[in-house]
Ligand binder design. Structure first.
Ligand SMILES: Cc1ncc(COP(=O)(O)O)c(C=O)c1O
Length: 394
């Protein structure tokens, strides 16, 4: 079979090799601390599960939904008003099967082959995959340690800005865990207006910020809904990753075009899932805040633990990830991940999977309780991988 040339744009060899080795170690019965996947280990709220189960018992809810229900749209509007102080109307909302799917498809709405798009580097991989699927050319703006893992607009050349179609900004960021500031968002909106660039803000971690920081919405800033949209996912706030519930919210013409594309390939979100989303959006806020405190305790256990054993890992400001520079003596993040898994039983993700500037780092997902993270840190310490520097130190 001659698969499409489009398929040549994607590669996954590194991850496949790591995954195979992980499975082999599991089969051998090795104790592993799996910090590689960003899917929460916390439970979805009971009210959400009940809403889904009850709705699923009604045969009428098994037909094609065709559209977002009025009940769901008003729950999203109310949530944005209550939580973020942002007034939106139903025609500014389009549901999608998670921000993953939304980001995967939006480039098809916005770009022709060869168009330039501005993507953060490092970044969440679907930003790159979506652009590639549409044949767009990513221009990676750096989000490195030097800039506090935040965008610096002055680093984007004028001629690149002039031809860019859209820019993705995603804060709190995955994998770096950096968090935006009001000044940054204002600068972003000015930049977008100056160069006529559409902003896509990926807001997956609005409820996971630490040290007293407050999460928010890009749309809360003046002028935001004129220059862009936000993907707003319920996955991480409410532990619903498998249900894939997210919304594109903001600029009306973009939302309408996105709905038009999706209506070609999709007949709407399963009605019981829409009911579950309503229950999540209308549910109490306390459990979400408690969960954030739990993530913070995990972040402290991992960052402080690693730093204490000689692996300098500054505390991240938000998201459910810790981004750590690989120790000296390892050529690639993938080689280090493999060694860490073999020698300490700790599984993490190589930075090379997060775009051109991801190499040299690894990502840990905070998906185990603090006691387990402390054990993982101890296993890393006892493996000697930090002191002996690379393979030669075995
Ligand atoms: C930045 C970012 N965007 C999007 C997603 C996926 O969101 P969803 O579960 O809504 O597809 C993730 C998941 O890890 C993420 O980190």
């Amino acid at each position: 079979m001659n698969f499409s040339k489009r398929m040549d744009r994607f590669g996954d060899e590194v991850f496949l090799a790591l995954d195979e080795r992980k499975r082999a170690l599991e089969r051998e019965g090795k104790k592993l601390f799996n910090l590689s996947i960003g899917t929460p280990d916390f439970e979805p709220p009971l009210a959400v599960r009940k809403a889904l189960a009850e709705a699923a018992m009604d045969p009428a809810n098994w037909r094609y939904a065709l559209r977002d229900t009025d009940e769901l749209l008003s729950a999203v509007c109310d949530y944005y008003a209550r939580r973020f102080g942002v007034v939106i109307t139903p025609d500014q909302i389009a549901s999608c099967y998670g921000s993953q799917e939304g980001m995967g498809h939006i480039s098809l709405v916005l770009c022709d082959e060869g168009d330039t798009v501005l993507l953060p580097s490092p970044c969440y991989p679907v930003f790159i995959a979506g652009a590639k699927m549409a044949g767009a050319e990513p221009w990676y703006y750096p989000m490195t340690k030097e800039s506090g893992f935040l965008p610096r607009f002055s680093e984007i050349p004028e001629e690149v800005a002039r031809r860019a179609k859209y820019m993705i900004v995603s804060l709190p960021s995955n994998p770096m865990g950096s968090v935006g500031t009001p000044e940054l968002y204002r600068e972003l909106i000015d930049f977008a207006k100056r160069y006529d660039i559409l902003i896509l803000h990926d807001n997956a971690y609005s409820d996971i910020l630490y040290d007293g920081r407050e999460g928010g919405s890009f749309l809360a800033y003046k002028g935001a809904a004129e220059v862009g949209c936000e993907f707003f996912s319920l996955s991480k706030s409410f532990n619903l990753t498998g249900a894939h519930i997210s919304f594109l919210i903001g600029r009306r013409d973009v939302v309408a075009a996105f709905k038009k594309l999706r209506s070609q390939i999709d007949f709407g979100m399963f009605l019981p899932v829409q009911k579950a989303a309503v229950a999540a959006l209308r549910g109490p806020r306390e459990p979400v805040l408690r969960q954030c405190a739990n993530y913070e305790a995990r972040r402290n256990a991992l960052c402080d633990g690693l730093t204490a054993i000689g692996w300098d890992t500054p505390r991240n400001a938000g998201s459910m990830f810790v981004w750590a520079k690989i120790p000296e003596g390892f050529e690639t993040s993938a080689a280090f991940c493999l060694a860490l898994m073999e020698r300490a039983g700790v599984v993490c993700t190589p930075g090379s999977g997060f775009g051109p500037l991801g190499e040299g780092y690894v990502r840990f997902a905070l998906v185990l309780p603090p006691e387990e993270l402390k054990k993982a840190v101890k296993a890393i310490d006892e493996s000697g991988i930090l002191k002996n520097k690379g393979e030669s130190g075995r």
